[in-house]
Design a protein around this ligand. Structure first.
Ligand code: WT7
Length: 650
């Protein structure tokens, strides 16, 4: 094919820009380019400086980084205790009375937990785990709702050198059992249930089902949250509050090696069995503390930070637990859904706790757009000074809506690109230093080096291609649990010597990076490689559209044809022709969808990513493959019915 080295075509252009506002710059931690300059000079020394500055060590390293492709070690020979860094040292520094967590349950009950209280709870639960036979290097599984005990459980493991493996509370018994067995975990920490959409969802019942096939689990600790009935197995199952009643708070934080396993976190990928991504302590903590501080311009004594992710995802690990707590931040943690009891719950919470930094996902932002401008308008959101986005490419129009309706046209929006595998943020603006373009994650952070390449691994200066990382970084994954071959094959084989993230990206004339989605989602229309993200963004730029998902379906004439699924904003209307013409105007006739289906919801994973694979199955009239990771399976049934009723036009 003529396009052999073409990578991915870059089609859309965005000309709006937002320089850091003067009053934001006045107090910003980073203004100008000094930090980039320092890192460019010597990235090892740069990270070592951050490690000394942001983390407390019990023993100094003998080497900053040892790199034997594809394995890195950071701060070799050094020792630290992660829980000490997140808790004890703040209490020792005299800020034990600072609020660590403002927790809000879905029904409206609240808890305020200071650093001193969180430390006390963590020490006691660490003793409990030791009493249950958990030792250094053991794995502990955590299957909890969004309650403070989830953070306590993770920190307690870190304190005693055990590794945690958190499984998102929305996953099924089968998923839990698979992950427990792969990790060979000794203890499971779960709850009776949690609150979601005004009801208690049972967790212990699912855990019981999983436990029927998990021979390595010796003990189960059950937190009481839902108040629902549970079955307790004598000798194996214990109530958290009963164990804690007699627990000793004498549990010193022993130092562990910088490469001690901190956690496993399983990511599904599109096919195959989930991969247990391994993260260790010293480099990871340095990376998440650094990025949390500088990307969010954290002023720990005054800011109230809120990351809306679930603790079961990497975002919750890095930017609810380890980054914010290492930095002594005050944060909000919320248990439930954004539309209980009404569509303005998030804005109600922002107003109530005077949240100043808000970090959420594009899928959530597009949902708020769909619900309408009147919801945030009901609340005083003037406490906000910075907004963040993560999880998917953010469409320029969603970015603009976020900035205007949530950020009051004054807050910088940082679009942060990273992955479970990278451990922490990799590509993002620094809000006091970077001029923003709506929809662009802008530049690699200081100390990070990314490059876009074409099919032949040749450097791309301007235009589309594959996003690769060219140097080790402190928070990088250390491998896949029990599967070194898969680690090598998945991340280090497509472009030898480089980490390939699986994402397409383009560089514009000013050197800004634009993420184009997973390369598996790229469409090939008449020999042009078009990114689903760009066509989706063009659709979302129409005032009537809240959200769009685009897929390439097999087509006898063009190779693939563009099929779009569109959700309209409440109170708006648009027809197929208008939207097709709109895409033609925005990007060009080549990107015009062949067919457009309207739908009230799009099929998404439980972490909010659009499942384009399923939409491709629908578009090509195939039986659906694995749908177990779908958040709401009825959405696809509905789409299949519609596809059968209304065949694509043209
Ligand atoms: C994939 C990683 C990182 C925590 C949450 C997701 C996509 C993530 C962005 C962004 C464009 C993004 C990528 C990436 N992604 N952030 N700001 N812009 N795409 O973690 O589940 O490991 O997913 O999410 O495709 O590879 P994850």
């Amino acid at each position: 094919m003529a396009e052999e080295s073409a990578g991915i075509d870059a089609l859309s252009a965005e000309n709006r820009r937002f320089a850091p506002p003067e009053d934001f710059k006045r107090d910003a931690l980073v203004v100008g380019t000094f930090m980039y300059d320092e890192a460019n000079e010597d990235f090892h020394e740069f990270w070592a400086g951050q490690a000394s500055d942001l983390v407390s060590w019990s023993r100094q390293w003998s080497a900053i980084c040892e790199w034997e492709l594809p394995y890195a070690k950071w701060f070799v020979g050094a020792q630290l205790n992660v829980a000490y860094n997140c808790l004890d040292r703040h209490v020792e520094a005299g800020i034990g009375d600072r609020v660590a967590i403002y927790w809000e349950g879905e029904p409206g009950d609240t808890r305020t937990i200071t650093y001193a209280q969180l430390l006390d709870e963590t020490k006691r639960f660490a003793s409990v785990l030791q009493g249950l036979g958990v030792g250094v290097g053991d794995r502990v599984n955590i299957y909890l709702p969004m309650i403070p005990e989830a953070a306590v459980a993770m920190l307690a493991c870190a304190r005693i050198g055990a590794a945690h493996s958190v499984v998102f509370g929305g996953f099924s018994a089968q998923s839990l059992s698979d992950r427990i067995n792969d990790a060979e975990a000794k203890v499971l920490i779960t709850a009776d249930g949690g609150w979601r959409r005004g009801e208690v969802f049972p967790l212990k019942t699912a855990a019981d089902e999983a436990l029927a096939t998990t021979p390595t689990i010796e003990h189960v600790v059950v937190v009481r949250r839902g108040g629902n009935d549970v079955t307790m197995v004598d000798g194996r199952d214990h109530w958290y509050h009963e164990l804690m009643e007699h627990a000793s708070d004498d549990c010193p934080a022993e130092p562990f090696d910088s490469e001690q396993l901190l956690f496993l976190l399983y990511t599904s990928g599109t096919t195959g069995k989930p991969k247990g991504i391994m993260h260790t302590t010293g480099g990871y903590l340095t990376h998440v503390a650094f990025t949390h501080k500088y990307v969010f311009d954290l002023h720990a004594d005054t800011d109230v930070y809120w990351c809306t992710a679930d603790i079961g995802w990497i975002t919750g690990h890095s930017y609810i637990v380890y980054g914010p707590l290492a930095n002594g931040a005050t944060q909000v943690m919320y248990e439930g859904v954004p539309n209980f009891p009404a569509n303005d719950r998030m804005w109600d919470i922002v107003e109530k706790y005077k949240v100043s930094i808000f970090y959420t996902a594009p899928t959530a932002i597009r949902t708020y757009m769909k619900w309408g401008d009147q919801e945030p308008a009901k609340h005083d959101l003037t406490s906000l000074r910075l907004l963040g986005s993560v999880g998917e490419p953010i469409n320029p129009e969603a970015w603009m809506w976020y900035r205007e309706h949530i950020g009051g046209d004054r807050c910088p929006v940082v679009d942060t690109w990273w992955q479970t595998e990278t451990g922490g943020i990799m590509i993002s603006p620094l809000p006091g230093a970077t001029t923003l373009k709506p929809g662009s994650a802008t530049f690699p952070l200081p100390g990070i080096s990314a490059e876009v390449v074409d099919d032949n691994a040749a450097h791309v200066e301007v235009g589309g291609g594959y996003l690769t990382l060219t140097q080790p970084w402190p928070g990088m994954l250390r491998g896949i649990w029990n599967d070194p071959q898969r680690y090598q094959d998945t991340y280090w084989s497509r472009f030898p010597g480089r980490y390939f993230a699986g994402d397409g990206a383009k560089l514009d004339d000013d050197g800004y990076l634009w993420l184009l989605g997973r390369v598996d989602d790229v469409m090939n229309v008449s020999g042009h490689r078009i990114s689903t993200t760009e066509v989706e963004s063009a659709l979302v730029s129409h005032p009537a559209v809240a959200e769009a998902a685009v897929v390439g379906a097999n087509d006898a004439t063009t190779g693939q044809a563009i099929i779009a699924y569109v959700t309209l904003r409440t109170g708006f209307d648009a027809d197929v022709k208008t939207l097709r013409d709109h895409v033609a105007t925005e990007i060009g006739p080549i990107a015009k969808p062949k067919a457009i289906f309207f739908t009230p919801e799009l099929p998404k994973t439980r972490s909010g990513k659009i499942m384009r694979r399923l939409l491709r199955d629908v578009a090509e009239g195939r039986n659906l493959g694995d749908t177990t990771t779908l958040a709401d399976a009825t959405v696809v049934d509905e789409l299949q019915t519609r596809a059968a009723q209304a065949p694509p036009e043209d």
